[in-house]
Design a binder for this molecule. Structure first.
Ligand SMILES: [Mg+2]
Length: 153
């Protein structure tokens, strides 16, 4: 059902470092994401709170970033993690985000390879978690290990 690996992708602190324009994806972080997507067939599931209110705006920004394959980043986005009161866990990101990711995995009966990219400390995650730094977000330094996780058999 899913012949590709999944990136569970946070946005703030990953593609938008703190201290930068909070409504604009930061070019160096996007370049790192493009590099990852160019080297893998990975698809993106948005786990960020952007999924709740701002998906059209986010997708519009993804739609103008081309990959060498001729796709845009938007073409690689296949969905978002679910949101529900039951998953909320006092609205503490470190606790509810892993639950939301597991709920997506269960719902889609996903058994493949995945990686979680998030600047938050997450408790009990089911996949490798690459934790970005708040003020720099995703960088070239993260690319090799993420590609390795995504291409692991
Ligand atoms: Mg974040």
């Amino acid at each position: 059902m899913f012949p590709f690996p999944i990136i569970f992708l946070d946005i703030d602190g990953v593609l938008i470092p703190y201290g930068k324009d909070s409504r604009t994806l930061h070019a160096p972080c996007l370049a790192a994401l493009v590099s990852i997507l160019s080297q893998t067939s990975a698809r993106i599931v948005v786990s960020s709170s952007w999924r709740l209110y701002d998906m059209p705006e986010l997708m519009a920004m993804f739609r103008v970033v081309m990959l060498p394959t001729g796709e845009t980043i938007a073409d690689r986005v296949i969905g978002t993690t679910p949101w529900s009161d039951q998953l909320l866990d006092d609205n503490i990101v470190s606790r509810c985000r892993p639950k939301e990711i597991r709920a997506w995995v269960d719902e889609h009966q996903f058994t493949g390879t995945a990686v979680i990219i998030d600047d938050e400390t997450l408790h009990g995650v089911p996949y490798p978690h690459v934790k970005t730094q708040l003020y720099t977000g995703l960088t070239e330094d993260h690319v090799a290990s993420i590609v390795r996780y995504l291409t692991k058999e």
